[in-house]
Design a protein. Structure first.
Length: 92
């Protein structure tokens, strides 16, 4: 009987550890998802790189091209604005 009780205690401890770590992982992951969501919802409409992306996206759409110019900008925010504008221009 003593061995069975020891086994049950270990199983219970393992279950508690897994349950606790799962909650911690979700709590840590939530802010990371929110940061990505904020970047996605950002208003770039007045950004020059966004407007450039819209123009090039419209031009590629009109000429049936798929992202013909691969632009790379030093600032990450400019890159995101350009890509958002390109997608907007290419889809319209």
């Amino acid at each position: 009987m003593r061995i069975s009780l020891k086994h049950d205690v270990w199983v219970l401890a393992l279950a508690v550890a897994i349950g606790t770590s799962g909650g911690t992982i979700n709590a840590i992951g939530a802010p990371l998802f929110q940061d990505q969501q904020q970047d996605h919802d950002k208003d770039y409409s007045k950004n020059a790189r966004y407007q450039q992306g819209v123009r090039e996206g419209q031009d590629d759409h009109a000429h049936n091209r798929d992202h013909s110019k691969k632009r790379h900008f030093k600032k990450d925010d400019d890159q995101k604005a350009y890509e958002a504008g390109y997608q907007k221009g290419h889809s319209n």
